[in-house]
Design a protein around this ligand. Structure first.
Ligand SMILES: Cc1cc2nc3c(=O)[nH]c(=O)nc-3n(C[C@H](O)[C@H](O)[C@H](O)COP(=O)(O)OP(=O)(O)OC[C@H]3O[C@@H](n4cnc5c(N)ncnc54)[C@H](O)[C@@H]3O)c2cc1C
Length: 391
């Protein structure tokens, strides 16, 4: 936007949390880092990510290397310490010409039509940067604070899961590959293991009622699960927690509106689906690109809203196939096909298209999504998806 002559002010204060979620990036983000000219900087403080690994049972591990499936995307990505990654993106925005004002904004409603305005102090702090007294457009990129949604009472469409996520860093865990994002089915729920320099991000996504049975505070719940869950006993037997524990709930939700008269929502402010396929940063950064293109092309903001909602809704459906066990069942069918020339060709063709979804390139492509729907509905042969269900 700045490079095209728009005047952009970013209101942000330095992060205070010791750790931040959003650490595992999908390959589709790499071209965005290249476009911003920051890939080398990100690579220097991150862990190279060649793929992902899903563990369903002790003897059922599904490894997925990005390089193994034909794709026009980079065959890698990064696991990033989020505080450093945020600082890189902020510096890139400033280098491109955005003005940073180090303060948290407050918003107020101006009229019944839902026009909103910034507080006087914020306007004053940015004075002289805009041509007018106030900005033409206010972008709510404040994440789960959901500033505009709360101000205007915009309803959220809720997802089916009522999970909580407990998140901390530990000193070490077992790893199938030192760069993979690991996703493991636990006794109840699932956990991620994301290798970072010198530590591992270990997070549990479990039913809210199950979390409550483990203790009162997030720390008690986390430490108790680390000791007692049979899967964690195997994957992280010697893990020592090295940070506080952050707890997230009610995150499967999409705002019914993403734009209004002089405002628009971006990233988690507009909705977040689920951590399972690391789609959050992709949706946030991809939506930012769509928003910039919409504004620069002088198109209505509702165009941006339509594209972004389609993207969010597609991920809702895709993560559902993980939780109901159908995705893993269909992968298993693919792995047990009779070995002949046609089936080998079919396997490569299908996995090429399906991997485009999980690397982030085609989550809302009707063709890839329809192929996935077909496979998880009609391609299970005699497999019972309940075997792979996440409790
Ligand atoms: C448990 C969990 C695990 C996840 N794991 C992953 C993962 O591995 N990979 C992935 O891609 N995504 C993951 N995500 C999702 C990812 O964290 C988010 O989608 C992503 O951070 C969204 O970015 P954002 O900029 O919209 O919001 P945020 O990253 O939350 O940033 C919002 C910013 O706005 C600031 N702010 C708040 N209020 C104000 C105000 N009044 N004025 C100014 N600034 C304000 C906040 O301080 C914050 O810095 C995960 C999410 C959860 C819940």
């Amino acid at each position: 936007m700045c490079r095209q002559g728009c005047k952009v002010v970013i209101f942000a204060t330095p992060e205070r949390a010791a750790i931040l979620v959003g650490e595992s990036l999908v390959p589709m983000i790499v071209p965005m880092l290249q476009d911003l000219g920051v890939e080398a900087e990100v690579a220097a403080y991150s862990v190279y990510k060649p793929g992902a690994c899903f563990t369903y049972n002790a003897d059922e591990v599904f490894e997925f290397r990005f390089a193994d499936t034909p794709s026009d995307l980079p065959s890698y990505s990064y696991n990033v310490p989020r505080d450093q990654f945020n600082a890189t993106l902020l510096a890139a925005a400033q280098k491109a010409g955005a003005k940073l004002v180090a303060r948290n904004v407050q918003l107020r409603r101006v009229n019944d039509a839902g026009r909103i305005a910034l507080d006087a102090e914020s306007i004053q702090a940015a004075a002289g940067f805009w041509d007018e007294d106030a900005p033409d457009l206010i972008v709510d990129a404040a994440g789960r604070a959901n500033l505009i949604g709360k101000l205007l009472n915009i309803p959220m469409q809720k997802g089916p899961r009522q999970d909580v996520a407990l998140f901390a860093h530990v000193d070490r865990t077992e790893l199938v590959d030192p760069g993979y994002v690991h996703n493991d089915r636990m006794d109840q729920g699932w956990c991620w293991r994301i290798p970072l320099p010198g530590r591992v991000s270990l997070g549990f996504v479990i039913p809210a009622s199950y979390a409550l049975q483990q203790g009162e505070t997030p720390e008690q719940q986390y430490d108790q699960l680390l000791k007692t869950d049979t899967v964690l006993q195997r994957l992280a037997p010697d893990a020592k927690r090295v940070t506080e524990v952050l707890r997230f709930n009610n995150y499967q939700s999409i705002s019914e509106k993403l734009c209004g008269e002089n405002w628009v929502m971006l990233g988690d402010a507009g909705g977040f689906v689920d951590p399972v396929f690391s789609s959050g940063m992709l949706i946030a950064m991809d939506s930012a690109t769509h928003l910039a293109n919409t504004i620069l092309a002088n198109k209505p903001l509702t165009d941006y809203e339509t594209v972004t909602k389609r993207h969010l809704t597609a991920w809702f459906e895709i993560v559902g196939f993980y939780y109901n066990g159908r995705l893993m069942s269909s992968i298993n069918v693919g792995r047990t096909l009779t070995d002949n020339y046609f089936n080998r060709w079919l396997f490569v063709w299908i996995s090429g298209h399906i991997s485009r979804i999980f690397s982030g390139a085609a989550a809302s492509s009707p063709f890839c999504l329809n192929l996935l729907r077909f496979l998880v509905t009609y391609g299970l042969k005699d497999q019972n998806p309940d075997v792979y269900k996440i409790k």
